[in-house]
Design a protein around this ligand. Structure first.
Ligand code: GLA
Length: 413
């Protein structure tokens, strides 16, 4: 009896500690979702815009659909103070970071910040090399929940990169706050092989996405995309092969959603041929990113979305595919000149099936499910048209697919 009492006593004392240890390793059980400032605003960000964006996330219903982060990207920094504490640009953030973070938290949202593993960031602002512990503590003190850690200005070898990311990961763990670490070295050093072990919950797999469909050139290496300008299809072609590396707290990050940007002039997404996409292509990006269990980072100005953009971003059936509890990235089971076909296993035994027409013309897909190794499906719900197909008597799906369109079905058994 005494032993039992001691056991229960110890359990009660230790349970907060055990719980804490658990949360530390479970910071991103599903791919993070939210709004990221970079593609639309570049470095021209300020507290007023961020506050009104947070308001809009709530008013548009996007927060309640799961887009519960605001990610502040490059351009917020104002140097260091006389104690070497990193500080925000006081013109852009006159009320200070703590007050902005409190505001976003008061909206029921989380908030992310940005730095770089070198002296300066990609846009030339103060970064965190040699100040990892101090900066991590500052980010924690301000109340940030997430850090995107970039790699401009750093040496190209793998070892240094792994070391610098490990260092920031340790600093975040010592910061007194749970902070997600997003690794951003663009896939140049195959981070899917080491980023999780180095302490990251997600890692970029390619160069920056531009607001375009395709560069026109098939590349086999992410680094080749830097100068070409990576479109949706370019990124898909590389990221899709990495499905085996994705899982809970360890996501391949194929970069932000360009949905709704429509070639916004002067924005970083418009560089290198980013002239904009059609709504079908934007819908395809949303579909493909969700099939690939990608982090979903909206970048268009959600304060003035048109109907098509809102429809694409707010499809809860599609979002559920991305956020599914099994945490699997779809496997690309067909990849030829006409079709790319994706199969994603889901937690309740359903299967998500994605069919992308890569050609420039409408095509008819005749998909025999048995050819994909799928048997026994009784129905398929088209997650965009919301129509159900009865499969109880036939094992195939026949459908028209527009050029660059991705059909997504949820198969039930
Ligand atoms: C790099 C990153 C982008 C963005 C910019 C900011 O290019 O890949 O996502 O963060 O830096 O300067």
């Amino acid at each position: 009896m005494n032993k039992l009492r001691t056991f229960i006593f110890l359990l009660l004392i230790l349970s907060p500690v055990l719980q804490k240890a658990q949360t530390k390793s479970d910071l991103a059980p599903s791919p993070p979702m939210g709004f990221m400032t970079w593609n639309y605003f570049g470095v021209n960000i300020n507290e007023q815009d961020i506050k009104t964006l947070a308001d809009a996330m709530v008013e548009t219903g996007l927060r309640d659909l799961g887009f519960n982060y605001i990610f502040i990207d490059d351009g917020w920094q104002g140097g260091r103070d006389n104690k070497n504490n990193i500080i925000a640009d006081s013109k852009k953030f006159p009320s200070g970071m703590k007050s902005l973070v409190d505001y976003v938290h008061s909206k029921g949202m989380k908030i992310g910040i940005y730095s770089d593993a070198a002296p300066l960031t990609c846009a030339g602002y103060t970064a965190s090399l040699h100040f990892e512990e101090q900066d991590a503590k500052t980010f924690a003190k301000w109340g940030f929940d997430y850090l995107k850690y970039d790699y401009c200005g750093a040496p190209s070898d793998w070892q240094t990169a792994i070391h610098r990311y490990e260092k920031m990961s340790k600093a975040l763990k010592n910061s007194g706050r749970d902070i997600v670490l997003s690794i951003c070295e663009w896939g140049d050093r195959q981070p899917w092989l080491w980023a999780s072990k180095a302490g990251g919950q997600l890692w970029r797999t390619t160069a920056d996405v531009r607001d375009k469909w395709y560069s026109g050139k098939k590349v086999s290496n992410p680094s080749e995309l830097h100068g070409l300008g990576a479109g949706i299809l370019d990124i898909l072609n590389l990221n899709a092969d990495l499905y085996a590396y994705a899982g809970k707290n360890a996501w391949n990050d194929p970069d932000m959603l360009v949905v709704g940007l429509y070639g916004k002039k002067g924005a970083p997404s418009s560089e290198l041929g980013g002239k904009g996409c059609t709504d079908i292509e934007y819908q395809s990006q949303m579909s493909l990113w969700c099939l690939m269990a990608a982090p979903l980072m909206i970048t268009c100005d959600i304060r003035k979305m048109n109907k098509a953009t809102k429809r694409i971003l707010s499809n809860s059936d599609i979002i559920a595919i991305d956020q599914d509890a099994l945490g699997k990235q779809a496997q690309r089971v067909v990849n030829n000149e006409t079709w790319q076909i994706f199969v994603k296993n889901l937690a309740n035994g359903d299967i998500a099936l994605g069919i992308l027409n890569v050609t420039d013309n409408e095509q008819i897909a005749n998909i025999n499910l048995l050819d994909l190794g799928i048997s026994g499906a009784i129905s398929a719900k088209d997650l965009w048209s919301k129509k159900n197909i009865d499969l109880s008597k036939k094992g195939y799906i026949s459908t028209k697919v527009a050029s660059h369109e991705t059909k997504v079905y949820r198969l039930k058994f």
